[in-house]
Write a protein that binds this ligand. Structure first.
Ligand code: ADP
Ligand code: MG
Length: 241
């Protein structure tokens, strides 16, 4: 049994308005399946527009797949098939804790009006009912250090940090919930090469320390092939339905 089992995932988007003609949809994710074992680091490679981010968004419920099934840790999280009652357990807090995503644009991912530490503490308190704010602050500060951020950054605003530091903050935010799976969607693509290497090394250290499973998305073949245990190549679908 894999930690993440995805079967026959489909997602398409409207592309004609359908006033005169029948509405048409462009298939972006076409019957996508994958099975990932605990502790694996699996790369997803494909040209721009091949649906990598769409798959990622469906896996964390930012978007809903049209059909298919997603199992995490043996539990059916999402299942939608013809003539079948839909299963959707994404809203459960336990599910959110199991799978987290880190995105390319760290600036857009963070609330510009909040100090980064406070923002993460607040998110943590929603998920962890048994700790108070002081304990949450302490835990977040520990994770800051683990991710190579000095504690004083806790009280900074996103714009007061560099791109690499902001991405580390996003890593803390994902990690502090103790997820099993982290999806990294082009997490180093906006960073300078020297910073990229540091972030990748950090991700490798964290994977060892917490026995994490990664889905590592990038358009950069070299990075993926060197970073991942196994790679899935995506082809752009040209199907219209
Ligand atoms: P990738 O991450 O591999 O570059 P994406 O998953 O972001 O690809 O996008 C795949 C395709 O889906 C793109 O051609 C994009 O234009 C289209 N697409 C993505 N999101 C939407 C949306 N919300 N509405 C319509 N088309 C979309
Ligand atoms: Mg993308």
């Amino acid at each position: 049994m894999g930690i993440l089992e995805v079967e026959s995932l489909n997602k398409s988007y409207d592309f004609s308005k359908g006033y005169l003609f029948k509405k048409k949809r462009k298939v972006i994710v076409d019957n996508f399946s994958m099975n990932i074992n605990e502790g694996e680091c699996v790369g997803l490679i494909g040209n721009s527009g091949s649906g990598k981010s769409t798959i990622a968004r469906c896996l964390v419920n930012i978007e809903k797949a049209d059909s298919g099934s997603i199992k995490i840790d043996g539990e059916s999280i999402f299942e939608k098939k013809d003539n079948m009652k839909e299963i959707n357990h994404f809203k459960k807090l336990e599910t959110k804790k199991k799978i987290q995503i880190i995105l390319q644009d760290s600036f857009a991912s963070l609330n510009p009006k909040k100090k980064v530490g406070r923002m993460i503490t607040e998110a943590l308190l929603i998920h962890e009912k048994n700790i108070d704010r002081k304990e949450a602050d302490e835990r977040v500060k520990e994770y800051f250090e683990l991710c190579g951020l000095r504690k004083e950054y806790f009280d900074r605003y996103p714009h007061e940090l560099s791109g690499g530091q902001r991405q580390r903050v996003c890593i803390v935010r994902a990690l502090v919930l103790k997820p099993k799976i982290i999806i990294c969607d082009e997490i180093t693509s906006a960073l300078d090469v020297s910073v990229q290497a540091k972030i990748l090394n950090l991700m490798l250290d964290l994977k060892e320390k917490f026995n994490l499973t990664y889905i590592f998305i990038s358009h950069d073949r070299d990075v993926v092939e060197c970073f991942c245990d196994r790679v899935i190549y995506l082809e752009k679908s040209n199907k219209i339905v």
